[in-house]
Design a protein around this ligand. Sequence first.
Ligand code: GLC
Ligand code: GLC
Length: 806
Amino acid sequence: MKYGFFDDANREYCITTPFTPLPWINYLGNDGFFGLISNTAGGYCFYRDAKLRRITRYRYNNIPNDIGGRLYYIKDGNTVWSPAYRPAETELDSYECRHGMGYTTFNSTKDGVNAKLTFFVPLGDACELHRLEVVNNSNETKELTLYSGIEWCLWNAVDDSQNYQRNLSIGELEVIGSTIYHKTEYRERRNHYAFFTVNTEVDGFDTDRDVFLGAGRAWNKPVQVENGKSGNTVASGWYPIASHSIKVTLAPGEKKSYVFQLGYIEVPRDQKWESKGIINKKPAVELINKYNSDAAFEAAFKALKDYWDNLLSIYHVESKDEKVNRMVNIWHQYQVMVTFNMSRSASYWETGIGRGMGFRDSCQDLLGFMHLIPERARDRIIDIASIQFENGSTYHQYQPLTKRGNADIGGGFNDDPLWLVACTAAYIRETGDTTILDHPTPFNNVEGSEKPLMEHLRRSINFTINNKGPHGLPLIGRADWNDCLNLNCFSEEPGESFQTFGPSEGPVAESVFIAGMFVKYGKEYADICDYVGLTDEAKTIRAEVEKVKTATEEFGWDGEWFLRAYDAYGNKVGSNECEEGKIFIEPQGFCTMAGIGQEKGFGAKALDSLYKYLVNDYGIEILAPCYTTYHVELGEISSYPPGYKENGAIFTHNNPWCSVAATVIGDAEKAFDIYKRSCPAFLEDVSEIHRTEPYVYSQMIAGRAAVHYGEAKNSFLTGTAAWVVVDITQAILGVQPTLQGLSIKPCVTKDFGSYSVVRKYRGAKYDINVIQDGSGKGLVVDGAAVEGNLIPAVEGKKEYKVEFYI
Ligand code: GLC
Ligand code: GLC
């Protein structure tokens, strides 16, 4: 069953009912100011940091779980309705929500009135624009009252939801004309405030929530709206909100339009005040004036669309598979942008008050983001590397506002350092810019500790080399990619964090997964060394890679698949010898990608085993059989009920690894099959089972052992987005950035047919046609046959015509 449809021409998903199984959301904002918005206009916004600079309030565990957000009401006679269905929850004559690239629109009708709401964040400015357009399609004159509404958060979203003894006394507002200023705590240490305005004279306003709602009422039935009034209240303490009311007369056929702006202002500390006690509103007034007309609104909206046109023109495929085109050209890249911006901080599943930016998460997000805005990728790499410790290990997370490592979590996740190599290598393959390696980058953000980025990569690599266990495999530490495989934790008390409890180091527990990573990224590091002339170092590292490869082939192979790990007692994890957790997905994908045991056919066997034991209708499960009891020596993985999360769900993030792995061994059928199984567009028809948004990946889909098999959770913020871009655009469709230039190496099935890709790369445009005519002629560049897969780059050349014959 579907709850809408894809509109590819407009790059939108159109939702046709407010009653989706879960709120289906979208993101507004590009850099700095961000909003989350659901298909009933719920959600919230923040500036840079969802915890520390929350602008509007969100209630966790609410009933219904998506009430609040951007509140618009239309009072038409005795009927009050909302174009987004919520908050009023009045049945609509028609409803439509479209989530597009950085914007969301609603188009609804009730009793002959049509209302359109459009939401987006204009490029380069810290505000949300909301436009409400109303048209009278009836034969009678309509006397309407329009209400807006938002609820302010008192900046720190954690404090806002717990410290009522203080918070209910500190709210401060000011109203000037149609602009409501939220200035709580500006009187003391803050130098930022927010405002909500509309580009017309208002008939009234409210900023005191209790007056607006009335005793005992909620957002669906504010007393002021019911009575067609506003109280012109200026809240002091309690719960500050911002609401406007506008009386509108519409003749039959008449249309009116209003632009609302919800803005955030930071004022230099020495310019905080206009005069004693009067806040400096100059920057707010400038921003308000910038967007106070329909023309300005439309120009900004067009600029946003142009921005996305441009981004999505960097990689564009045309194949006969509509779903592949749709996901590659639109939604995969869009989701990658969202994960780049949010890491794992703010979604409807990540509260924005918990973790900050993850080291490994953000490094991996970059793998799929690199081609979109390489300059931002470069800055991000430096930010991430700056939280690394001198010994090569690193903080696991950092706060985006302060860019400091998160001491609560600390370090000790032994896969982390290698992801830095992965994303830096991908950056250089994309851009050819090796100057990044010289960038002075501090350790642990300590001023004066700066070393060239290359030294950070070196220490990452050496960290693995210097931290191996009894079998010559890398030690796992607190965990590797699988946060829940906690082999040194041994927690017995509820509430202890599996990720931070106990010693981070154990001299015995080893990870076959990190071994796979080291072989793959060790080689990529050695390639960089060669590329910049460090040939001796390249040799040394290649020898180290060989050692780990040999150790993995000897001690990391179980006969039919790769082992997962050795636990703190030296026992096997993920072996046929185990009763539960016999086979895990991660090492099959990574070790095969790394080419471990290739000559011995390990990869092909490992992937066959995935199909034998782990594949289900919606993807490949993370392990089988699921753990049915808690194992203190394995940690959080065995804490989940069977079939959920790391205990046997499809953890979508690692599915593309296996698809890429299939391309490494030349198995196009498996590669595409794995890609399709969990791809959201291919699951759209079973949205009632899948339940999350059909345009983006969810972190997990419950496995066969689960009570709710096939149900997805944790949509939007998952490393799957980036890996799937790597998988489909590079490994399967075969347009691969390398250090030396663009390489064409497709791994597609016969059925997939011929296709074309336009790729902008290092300042040139490549028109690529992959032609399946059975000739096997290979690469032709501008009419001339070329040996191998690499398109020879010609200095100054701006356009390449490329054919690849299979
Ligand atoms: C979550 C974490 C990620 C981890 C994965 C598997 O998605 O954000 O860092 O690799 O779970 O445990
Ligand atoms: C929980 C999640 C896991 C995540 C970890 C670290 O264990 O289940 O997916 O990686 O927290 O935040």
